[in-house]
Design a protein around this ligand. Structure first.
Ligand code: GAR
Length: 206
């Protein structure tokens, strides 16, 4: 009798790669790291930050995700960051609390593949300097009865790209900016991983 052995090639699934940019605490980055930690088709490939004190860098390291720091000069006056990002072969770049305008070299290399989360209902309360508590203070002072989040594509202007999702929450008359921020952040944490997953897995979304 002759033994017939078959060579079985076990193919590793090729995962889609997310690259995160974050400047601060990184609680949204954390949500992405958690959500995709054991995901069969998607992984967080790297986290980039412009801020050496960003807690987001530590969060990435906790998940064994490469954390890369860069300077303003490297970002705006060279292709160094672009080349580092390219090395992770990103299918989607997520700005999760990233406060610098994205330069043209990245926008042109990854058209429609860079998204941002903003803690208000754009087009109101966007633009340069509108981030974090500045946004929530302006909303509370405006008397608006609702706020929320906007997830949108990124272009060469602050907070101006095509909307992907808006979700709403109430603004209560006695709200402090901090109270409103906490309510909005809950919305961000719920919806950002869902939107990222849909963009990466549903056909023609990117
Ligand atoms: C988030 O609320 C995000 O929407 C906001 O910064 C915060 C970062 O929190 N982004 C902007 O204001 C961009 N204009 P996190 O570091 O805990 O994720």
């Amino acid at each position: 009798m002759q033994l017939h052995s078959k060579l079985i090639l076990l193919e590793q699934p090729v995962k889609k790669n997310i690259v995160i940019f974050a400047s601060g605490s990184g609680s949204n980055a954390q949500r992405l790291l958690e959500h995709f930690e054991h995901h069969p088709q998607i992984r967080v490939a790297a986290l980039f930050s412009n801020n050496p004190k960003a807690y987001a860098l530590k969060r990435a390291e906790t998940y064994h995700v490469p954390a890369l720091l860069f300077s303003r000069d490297e970002f705006y006056n060279s292709d160094k960051v672009l080349e580092q990002v390219k090395a992770f072969n990103p299918d989607l770049i997520v700005l999760a609390g990233f406060l610098w305008l994205v330069p043209l070299n990245l926008l042109q290399t990854f058209p429609d593949k860079i998204i941002n989360i903003h803690p208000a209902l754009l087009p109101k309360y966007g633009g340069k300097g509108m981030h974090g508590l500045h946004v929530h203070t302006a909303v509370v002072q405006s008397g608006d009865e609702r706020s929320g989040i906007t997830i949108h594509r990124v272009n060469e202007e602050y907070d101006k790209g095509e909307f992907i999702l808006q979700e709403y929450c109430p603004v209560h008359p006695q709200d402090t900016p901090e109270e409103l921020a906490a309510r909005v952040l809950q919305l961000e944490h719920k919806h950002l991983p869902e939107v990222v997953e849909q963009l990466l897995l549903e056909k023609d979304k990117l």
